[in-house]
Structure formats: C-alpha cells, structure tokens
Design a protein around this ligand. Structure first.
Ligand SMILES: NC(=O)c1ccc[n+]([C@@H]2O[C@H](COP(=O)([O-])OP(=O)(O)OC[C@H]3O[C@@H](n4cnc5c(N)ncnc54)[C@H](O)[C@@H]3O)[C@@H](O)[C@H]2O)c1
Length: 367
C-alpha cells in the first residue's frame, strides 16, 4: 500500500488494544492523509509490536509504544484515542481519555455494564461542552443502504411503520471462543451472540424504529456449551410508535448464514441483507425502487464522520447516548430471559434492574 501524503493538519491517533479490530483502526488511519497513528497501547507486547511492524511495512511513521493507557496519556502527544480493547474495559478507558480532554472513538459495544456506560455518558456530555468529541463505532450505519432506509423513515415514505424483523445468523467455532480469554465471558464480552455479534443490528433496529418500550426474550447456549454467555437469542420488542419487531441472533448457525433487517410500513418498506439493500418500496408504490447505495461501509466512512465533527466543532452521527440505548436494549433482552417476563426498556435504561444477575438467564437446550 502506498502511504498517502500526510498533510499539515494531523490528528495524532493512539490505538489502545492492538488485536483484530485495533489493526482495522490502524489500517483505516494509515489510509488517511489527515491522520497518523502516533501511539500503540497494548498490555501484550507481542501483539503491539506486530502492529508496529505492520505500520512500518506500510510506510507509516514509527509510533510510540506503551503497555497501558495511563503512560500513553502522560507521555504521548495524541489528540484522539481509539479504544479497541475487550468490551468490558471500554467505558473506564474512555472516561480516562475524556478526563484528559482528548477525543475518543470507542469500539462497539460501548461497554458491558450499564452503570459504567451511564457514567461515561455524563462524562461525554461534559466533554462535548468544551469541544471534545466522543463517538462509538457502528460502521453499518454508513453506506450499503442503511442511511437511505433511515432517511425514508424520517420522511414518512414507508407510511406508518408496522413491524420489523432482524436476524443475525452466524457460526462461530469453539476455537473462536477459545482464541482470547475474554471471549464468551460475562465480565468482558458481556454476553454472546447478541452483545458481541448482534449489537450492530440492534443499533440499526433502534435507528430505524426508535426506542423500544417492552421487551420479551429467551436466551440459550444451544451449541457452544463451554462459554458462559448465550450463543442464541430470540426477542420481541414493541416501540414507542406502536410497531413491533422480532430480533434473533445466533453464533450456532452452521456454516453461517446472513444478517438481515426488514422494515415494514403501510406505504413501503425495505430490506438489508448483509448490509446491502435488497428491497426498497416507498410512497405507496407496489414496484421496487431501484436505488444506488454503494457498498457496505467500513470504519473509513465512520472516521470521515468523526474527524469531520472534530474539524467543524459539530456532533458525530453516532453518540455515546445512541450506544447506551443499544446496550440497554441488549441488557433488556438478557434481563427478560432471566426473569422470564417482559421488561420495560426505560426501567433497564434508568437502572431499575441494575442488580439482576443475567448469567442465570441463559438456558441449555433440554436433553
Ligand atoms: N466494529 C466491529 O465490527 C468489531 C469487530 C471486531 C471486534 N470489535 C470489538 O472490538 C473489541 C476488541 O475485539 P478484538 O476482536 O480486536 O479483540 P482482541 O482480543 O483481538 O484484541 C484486544 C486487545 O486488547 C488488549 N488489551 C486488553 N486489555 C487491555 C488494556 N487494559 N489496555 C491495553 N490493551 C489491552 C489485548 O492484549 C488484545 O491485544 C471488542 O469490544 C469487540 O466487540 C468490533
């Protein structure tokens, strides 16, 4: 890859967590003329050095390397920090970044713990007051047709929304879960098929349908009995508009099927499959409308949005509050499965179920 010409207005980016997604962030920044990876932080030196070696090979300036965020914040001159560590560490690390008045990009999910996420939400609101930007990765909102669906809904082109169907039917091997100690644990993954793989789709569902009201759910460990969390979940949701939805996420669908979101209304609807627009009807017309949407987005498009917000002193498209809503929806599903009754989203969001131990809510299939 030819290194782009790096202009004078550089964002100096520190990447915290240099594993699978940390590399995606490094690749994304390396492609940009307006940003440079200046620091790599990972408690595992080998992982960090491997990413530093990749940057060197890609013709990028040599980054400083650190074992922990505290040292990086004290010693490096970064202006933006990308949090790419296991999910259960996100909010605490992000709050540390905001305390230093630096911009922060947080990988999904925001965290696994709602009280920590709420504290981060308050910190992000305070930081926005002095021009510091916080955003949470949900790259599927960019490109591939999802923004077209969102705009059509906002413009009323589907009429009254009546229902939605969202399914994430993937396969993950036992080796995947064993590949890092945090995967499949309540403390650091915070859940399974829905929290880790499905949270992108939860975010899209809320973006399209609005906030949920009531949630009922069943979670189980259908195939991967060695993990703590669920590998399969089904839920039904009602929304403030009165519309309803079903939500399904699994990592037990061999050999791996599709992610699909269908939106239905009285005057139209649309379907995304693997983040590509497969159907679009609007304005009461029976025929499919042909629309150009471009390929599904990657992190690049979301970085355009975030760095644009920093440059213009604006708000990024995806806020910490959006990610709190997605996290509260996932938690609502686990809580409903644990209590074996419907729960109100607002009660979960506002902390009235914070003490529920959701690990009890994941069932094994009967013998
Ligand atoms: N947006 C997406 O599509 C997407 C895709 C994959 C993963 N993710 C998210 O990214 C996060 C990381 O996932 P991954 O697959 O890259 O995990 P990974 O295990 O490959 O990498 C995590 C890295 O963080 C390091 N680390 C752990 N605690 C740390 C700490 N306190 N300080 C510094 N480094 C620390 C580990 O040593 C490891 O190298 C998860 O939250 C995951 O949900 C998002």
């Amino acid at each position: 890859m030819a290194a782009p010409d790096k202009g004078p207005t550089q964002h100096q980016v520190a990447i915290v967590g240099c594993g699978i997604i940390g590399r995606t962030h490094a690749e994304t920044i390396a492609e940009r003329p307006d940003a440079t990876v200046t620091a790599l932080v990972d408690s595992d030196a080998a992982t960090r050095d491997a990413l530093a070696a990749w940057l060197k090979e890609a013709g990028q300036p040599e980054p400083e390397v650190y074992d922990d965020l505290t040292s990086a914040l004290t010693e490096s001159a970064s202006s933006l920090v990308a949090i790419c560590t296991p999910s259960g560490t996100h909010a605490k690390l992000a709050e540390q970044v905001l305390n230093e008045k630096k911009h922060v990009v947080i990988e999904k999910p925001l965290d696994v713990d709602l009280p920590r996420a709420r504290r981060l939400g308050a910190a992000a609101t305070r930081a926005a007051g002095y021009g510091v930007v916080s955003s949470v990765i949900s790259q599927n909102r960019f490109g591939g047709g999802s923004s077209l669906i969102h705009e059509a809904i906002q413009a009323g082109r589907f009429g009254q929304l009546t229902s939605a169907v969202a399914t994430v039917a993937w396969w993950r091997t036992d080796e995947y879960y064993a590949s890092a100690g945090w995967r499949g644990t309540w403390a650091q993954d915070g859940g399974g098929a829905l929290m880790n793989q499905g949270v992108h789709t939860v975010d899209l569902l809320l973006w399209f349908m609005g906030r949920p009201v009531n949630i009922q759910a069943q979670a189980l460990r259908a195939a991967h009995h060695e993990i703590e969390v669920e590998d399969t979940v089904v839920a039904t949701l009602t929304f403030e508009s009165g519309a309803v939805a079903t939500l399904h996420a699994t990592t037990a669908a061999f050999p791996g099927s599709r992610t699909r979101v269908s939106i239905h209304g009285t005057e139209g609807g649309a379907e995304l499959e693997n983040n590509r627009l497969r159907r679009f009807n609007a304005d009461g017309a029976k025929d499919d409308v042909e629309v150009e949407t471009g390929p599904p987005a990657r992190h690049r498009e979301q970085y355009d949005d975030i760095l644009g917000a920093i440059a213009n002193g604006g708000r990024p498209s995806i806020t910490v509050q959006d990610a709190i809503d997605a996290l509260a929806t996932v938690r609502s599903v686990y809580i409903a499965s644990t209590l074996q009754r419907p729960v109100k989203f607002i009660d979960v969001l506002e902390g009235r179920y914070d003490d529920v131990d959701v690990s009890r809510g994941v069932r094994l299939p009967p013998d």
